[in-house]
Design a protein around this ligand. Structure first.
Ligand code: HEC
Length: 153
């Protein structure tokens, strides 16, 4: 029952997020906004998976964020400036977290197929996953605060 309630709550969040993302999609004119809207949707899907320990949807979303991070790194400000280095380090860090999430989650999916096994043995991996999720969000916020034009709406 609690699970059902959590699921209903999460479904509500997803609906809000989808609405938010479509607003971005309508307003978008630069390709970077497209990548970003998809990143945002991916984060929500990954969060739901982490909370429910149901990881099937994660590899695809983590891979999308990884690909966007690579594309972002190609949009860094030109020149040997400190700005360029910082932008790149945020993009690369986002990429590293996304890739670690993808590889950890693949192990967990494999592990969880065997219900006979005691799951406690991999619980630390579930927590490592959450830490990488936090790392991704930190990079979103760090890069936005420094490089997005309109910081406060
Ligand atoms: C390396 C820098 C960088 C990283 C990391 C980054 N973003 Fe962005 N993001 C930008 C920039 C620059 C813009 C502004 C694009 C524009 O105005 O054309 C932006 C815009 C956005 C937007 C559009 C709405 C807005 O407020 O402008 C969303 C949504 C978004 N990012 C989500 C994310 C999410 C989610 C993550 C993390 C998974 C993330 N971003 C990581 C640089 C980054």
């Amino acid at each position: 029952m609690i699970r059902a309630r959590i699921a209903a709550g999460l479904a509500g969040c997803v609906a809000l997020v989808v609405m938010g993302v479509s607003t971005f999609a309508l307003a978008k004119d630069a390709p970077i906004k497209e990548l970003m809207g998809e990143n945002f949707a991916g984060l929500q899907t990954i969060l739901i998976s982490l909370i429910t320990s149901d990881y099937a949807a994660v590899p695809k979303q983590a891979n999308a964020i990884h690909e966007h991070a690579v594309e972002l790194s190609q949009m860094a400000p030109e020149g040997p400036s400190a700005d360029r280095k910082q932008f790149l380090s945020y993009a690369y860090n986002l990429d590293a977290h996304a890739r670690d999430i993808e590889s950890i989650v693949k192990l967990l999916i494999q592990h969880d197929k065997d219900r006979e096994k005691v799951s406690l043995g991999t619980d630390h991996l579930r927590e490592a996953l959450a830490a990488h999720y936090g790392g991704m969000v930190t990079m979103c916020v760090a890069c936005h605060n420094r490089f997005r034009q309109r910081v406060v709406q």
